[in-house]
Write a protein that binds this ligand. Sequence first.
Ligand code: ZN
Length: 247
Amino acid sequence: MPGTYKTEAIVLRSIRYGEADRVLHLYSTTRGRVNAIAKGSRRPRSRFGGRLEPFFRLDLVLYEGRGELATVTAASTVAAHAGLRSSGPALMAAARGCDAVLRLLDSAEANPPAYNLLCRYLALLDGDESVLGDGAGDGAAGMATALAFRLKLALAAGFSPELASCARCGEADGLSGFSGAAGGVVCAACERGAFELSGDAHRFLVEALGQPLAAAPSASEYTLRQAERAISETLEHHAHVRLRAAA
Ligand SMILES: [Zn+2]
């Protein structure tokens, strides 16, 4: 049914289209993934100004016709995230975060936890804590927070790995490996096809999932790489999604 609706959304990707238009890949609060065209938005005096760029959080009015693309009829800025744009590491982290949302959350269905998580991550990358650094010395733009974001995003999408007991037999002790195919940590008896997961990496996964995004635990590069592998293999096996390297 053609019609107009309002929604808040994050611009995940903004693509030049035709002579003066843009096609936006959006993650919206009310309808999940939406693709929309902003006609004339690349003209010098466009009413949209410069706010149809990646990482903008916008209040939008969209017209849904019969085509695949909605049409942007109005856009106002909720958050521009100008600070994020002035930092190379923050910009890279935001691009990877939005790319993960594009790959993992492709349905046109509202997912408030995923939307709020993305808003929170962009706000952290935009803020002072972005590159100030904690124990790991890399702040919110670093790999620990990037992995915590992925893990929480996987949870919001319904693909969180099993971390409390063996994903194959339920055993709670002697968890020594991780299996993407099994979907979580595994015990020594079930570790066929698994890779060895250190206690530190297991702890990192549990704490990153349990703590607020801003409090992602710090860990060594080796530990973080193991955690990344665990998240990646879970998503490959169960969501059939391959993410770009986290950092
Ligand atoms: Zn087992």
